[in-house]
Design a protein around this ligand. Sequence first.
Ligand code: ZN
Length: 287
Amino acid sequence: MSNDGAVSIEKDTDSSQISQSFRDQKLIERFIRCSQLLKIIEGATELFIKRYRNSKKPEDALGALFVPLHLEYIHFIQNNANELLHQIIEEPLQFLNAAKYCVYGIVRDQIKLSGNTVESNALKSIDIDQLHIQLRFIGLPLQEDLHFAHNKNCWPPGLSWTTGILSAISEPQWAILQSTWFCSTGCNRNKIKSDSIDAPICNSCGQHMNEYAKLRVTEKYHFLRLLPTSCIENPRVVNKIFRALTVHCKEHVHDCELRLGTSYFIIGYYDYTRAGQIFQAWSVIIR
Ligand SMILES: [Zn+2]
């Protein structure tokens, strides 16, 4: 096969991935528009626009826009969104990514509409890295094929549920969600980053940019260690070591207190993309 052939195959793969994720976004958008989620997205966007309009501080246009996206299993059934439900269970990360693009589209359109006024300094747009989806998923049925039980060697690859007793909890940790940068050489350029705090290079003059330290946005989380409930339900088992599961628990996935010795029910997925064998929680409730 010639090199040209290889190149065209690569392009085909790319375009099919793009159309797949575009299809996912359309499915998610339809689901959002026939639920309460649309109002929540519009409300959060409205608040962001208002805050900027009232403060008139240019840096408020670079702030973070948080959108709580609370999903319930039953709502997918009620809205005949079975295809989307399968996708969220089979590919939770891909779903989250598509959901972010979809919500961004809704937010962007709303900002554009609100900017069509006589105000000269109305908010024009925001960057996708300013948008932060706070996803929570509840109500996954207690099916055995969705049961994550690493002690029994059951490792469902997608969204799954698990239970356990909280045996250890880390000090609060802070993840950087967003950092905002400016060029001090007079280029008047800003850049928003979501992944790291290494100073980016200015596209215009090639110098390292400086961070607006007070605009840094962080998110609180804990690492939890969860022991299988069977280790106390069946205390007569001897000569057996129970392995604890490490859970990454962001602040927005739970309302309940996190107390040692309490038994929890957790929905999430085992994160194969990260080192350290971590279960990413999408909801944590007391069992
Ligand atoms: Zn510059």
